[in-house]
Design a protein around this ligand. Sequence first.
Ligand SMILES: C[C@H](O)[C@H](O)[C@H]1CNC2=NC(N)=NC(=O)C2=N1
Length: 125
Amino acid sequence: MLNFLLIASLLTQGVTDSFIDLTQVSQNREVKNSLTRLSPMAIRLRMQSLPDWTTDGERLFYTRTFTDFVEAIDFVNTLVEPAEQLGHHPDITISYNRVSVELTTHDAQGITALDFQLATKISQL
Ligand SMILES: C[C@H](O)[C@H](O)[C@H]1CNC2=NC(N)=NC(=O)C2=N1
């Protein structure tokens, strides 16, 4: 009886471990997918959900104009939270009351799902 319980617990542990591994694998795959360059077709399709953004195929572009420099800087400060949350950071140009945001995934040398995730969040700010 004791042997049976011992074998049963080892088998259960083995099964549990493999489930944990599978979870890890799918999470790793999710992270990897978010860092995989998107095809031109995928980018074109996704751009339909970002009407206030444009793209040259390598970067996503967004510009917003404010009343003055102070408002422009206030907006730039609101970019910090979504960027830090995603671990993904925009290139930002400030020209008096105009803020230009560019997104690309430097690690993938192109546009990935992460760029679209952050662009969507920025459009909602
Ligand atoms: C280690 C760190 O997560 C990486 O360097 C992140 C940081 N923020 C980033 N931001 C952008 N836009 N592209 C990246 O490849 C990138 N990589």
